[in-house]
Design a protein around this ligand. Sequence first.
Ligand SMILES: [Zn+2]
Ligand SMILES: [Zn+2]
Length: 149
Amino acid sequence: MRRIALGDHSSLQIEINAVNPAAVPECRFMGSEKVVGALREAMMMNLNSWSSTATLRENLERVLGRPFPPPPAESHQDESPSYDCGICMGFHLDGASPDYVCANPKCGQAFHPKCLQDWLLSVPTTRQNFSFLLGSCPYCKELVNLAVV
Ligand SMILES: [Zn+2]
Ligand SMILES: [Zn+2]
């Protein structure tokens, strides 16, 4: 089921028949008659042109008599390096961001200090020196010198 916003607090809810997805879906117009009236009328008139071989979008565009806006331009955010924690794979952990970054520039993996600390403590080769943990990066084995959280 999808709901398409039509503006002016109006929307079209489309429920696809799971048993027969190519069939005409159940369509419910919701909201102001001023917005949905003409669309509902267009749908009633054009419903017999619904084609089981066209895509849902093509059918809706044809039946409603108007093109849909194109999908939003693809963002290139995915190309930027990830700063998610290399251990829990998240960004926020109890409000903390992964602000320990591996000193090896070829690695540069970010970690939550807490995640890295737990990992270092689980590794038998980690040494503790006063309030610092001396161990190695889980990714590249670069020396890690982490202040105990
Ligand atoms: Zn983490
Ligand atoms: Zn590293």
